[in-house]
Design a binder for this molecule. Structure first.
Ligand SMILES: [Cu+2]
Length: 110
């Protein structure tokens, strides 16, 4: 009769297996469904208030995107600290149901 108690045990453990620590949610996780995509570009605008950044990005072949100017959300508004219009950046983002969300961004050469 072992199976009878193993099943509830699995159910009990599931919430722990599913919980994702926000600390680890930085775009490198193998657990994240949308893969982080790398890009480079130039900052055209940003708003810490709305948590958005406008980037003129280079082509992104893995998505079939040509170079363009577009808005991204940022995963954390702190990512915008120290950035200004005109900065050349490399960044990683995920493209999914929540839109295009920058997970990491840094000035090139840093
Ligand atoms: Cu684009």
């Amino acid at each position: 009769m072992k199976k009878l108690w193993i099943f509830p045990l699995v159910l009990l453990l599931m919430p722990f297996a599913r919980a994702e620590s926000p600390v680890h949610n930085h775009g490198h996780g193998a657990h994240a469904m949308p893969m982080a995509i790398e890009g480079t570009g130039e900052v055209r605008g940003l708003s810490a208030k709305t948590g958005k950044i406008k980037l003129k990005h280079d082509p992104i072949p893995s998505l079939g995107w040509p170079a363009m100017v577009m808005d991204f959300k940022v995963q954390d508004r702190k990512l915008l600290d120290g950035l200004k219009v005109g900065d050349v950046v490399s960044f990683s983002f995920v493209s999914g149901e929540a839109g295009n969300v920058v997970m990491a961004i840094r000035k090139q050469g840093q």
